[in-house]
Design a protein. Structure first.
Length: 138
């Protein structure tokens, strides 16, 4: 049997630090991916708000059909408990401000737990508020 085939003394301790580092890196990477998913979904809500504030500019307000379509699009984006407090719902004349305020909760997986060994991913609700303002051009 060759010299290179013998087991070295303490070889498990040579492998342990890289394994622990890989485990820690995996946990950090998983948390990063979950956070980026939440950021992307928040950006989707912002894009929907932009689309409908442009419609509000030309109409002077958020009409019933646009409101229903917007709520449906927000639900598809994952926004729950949507409120439109502060939104211009009645017709604003030419040159007057139109405001779109969207509030709701995005449900996503988040890291929960108090210590390193009790970490777990749990479903959490993150509060989102988007406000867009423009001038009516109707």
């Amino acid at each position: 049997m060759g010299r290179w085939m013998r087991k070295r003394q303490g070889s498990a301790m040579d492998v342990l630090p890289p394994v622990v580092c890989m485990l820690a890196l995996s946990i950090v990477m998983l948390a990063y991916l979950n956070i980026m998913e939440l950021v992307n979904r928040r950006e989707d809500v912002g894009q929907i708000a932009r689309q409908y504030i442009l419609r509000m500019e030309t109409a002077g307000c958020l009409g019933p059909q646009d409101r229903a379509a917007m709520l449906h699009a927000l639900a598809e984006a994952g926004l729950e408990s949507v409120t439109l407090d502060g939104t211009t719902l009645s017709g604003a004349g030419y040159g007057n401000p139109v405001v779109l305020c969207i509030s709701g909760e995005l449900a996503a997986e988040g890291v929960a737990g108090g210590s390193l060994f009790r970490m777990a991913f749990a479903r959490q609700a993150f509060r989102v508020r988007v406000t867009k303002m423009s001038t009516a051009k109707n």
